[in-house]
Design a binder for this molecule. Structure first.
Ligand code: IPE
Ligand code: IPE
Ligand code: MG
Length: 235
């Protein structure tokens, strides 16, 4: 079995999981955390190099203030709870996105967790929080423009390779497999640049029900893809 180096997941369907059971949406998000634990463990065990999880999009702040603040709280609790276990499992943590929106205690805990896990060399777990693919390209473009303005680079030095160094996922392999749960067939402003040649896998399963069996199904499907990257094998 060919294991993808980099798997990215749009963890969608928590709200529908909860409302299908007449429960508040936050219960769906709490159940979603269990699925995160399962997937992180499984990816680490099978030797995935990078796992990028879409936790909160730049558009999700437009939800009710109640849901947004409960999500921030949940994020903080989970970060605090899991960091020791992640360390034990040699997981490196990287949080990408515009964290300035987050309450200060969340920003502080996020920074501390990343520092603590920085020297680990097992799975790299990337959490995309207040992240948007468009935001990422714009912040990279700003850095490149500033470097040109400072005279550190010339505009013609900006190439696909050099530009990608300014993106949030610089140094991570390109995404091999992008998974979205809950039956929606869209990217919702998740990674844009990094999915240039990803294989896409969609499942109707709602995120809280996503487990190791679901992950394995996605990887089996990935193994049946003919990745041509625009070229053709000579006969
Ligand atoms: C995904 O679940 C989690 C977040 C976006 C934070 P949703 O909350 O989008 O669940 P649905 O799509 O409403 O079911
Ligand atoms: C995408 O899901 C964001 C996350 C899973 C974190 P949404 O539920 O926000 O996306 P839309 O609104 O259905 O496109
Ligand atoms: Mg959704």
């Amino acid at each position: 079995m060919n294991i993808p180096k980099h798997i990215a997941i749009i963890m969608d369907g928590n709200g529908r999981w909860a409302s299908g059971r007449s429960l508040p949406r936050i219960v769906g998000h709490q159940q979603g955390v269990k699925a995160v634990r399962t997937v992180v463990k499984a990816c680490g065990a099978m030797g995935v190099k990078t796992l990028t999880l879409f936790a909160f999009s730049s558009e999700n702040k437009n939800r009710s203030t109640e849901e947004v603040s409960l999500l921030f709280k949940l994020f903080l609790t989970v970060l605090k709870q899991e960091v020791k276990k992640l360390n034990k499992h040699n997981v490196r943590l990287k949080i990408i996105g515009d964290l300035s929106l987050f309450p200060e205690d969340v920003q502080k805990t996020a920074a501390e967790a990343q520092t603590l896990l920085d020297n680990n060399n097992g799975l790299t777990l990337v959490i995309a929080a207040n992240y948007g693919g468009q935001w990422d390209i714009v912040q990279a473009a700003r850095q490149a423009a500033q470097a040109a303005l400072n005279g550190d680079i010339k505009p013609e030095d900006i190439t696909i390779d050099s530009f990608s160094n300014y993106l949030s996922l610089a140094n991570e392999p390109m995404v091999d497999l992008l998974i979205r749960s809950s039956g929606e067939l869209r990217i919702s402003n998740f990674l844009l640049w990094d999915v240039a040649y990803s294989e896409f896998y969609f499942t109707d399963t709602l995120w809280p029900d996503f487990d190791e069996t679901e992950l394995n199904k996605a990887i089996v499907s990935f193994n049946h893809r003919d990745r041509r990257f625009g070229a053709r094998k000579e006969k």
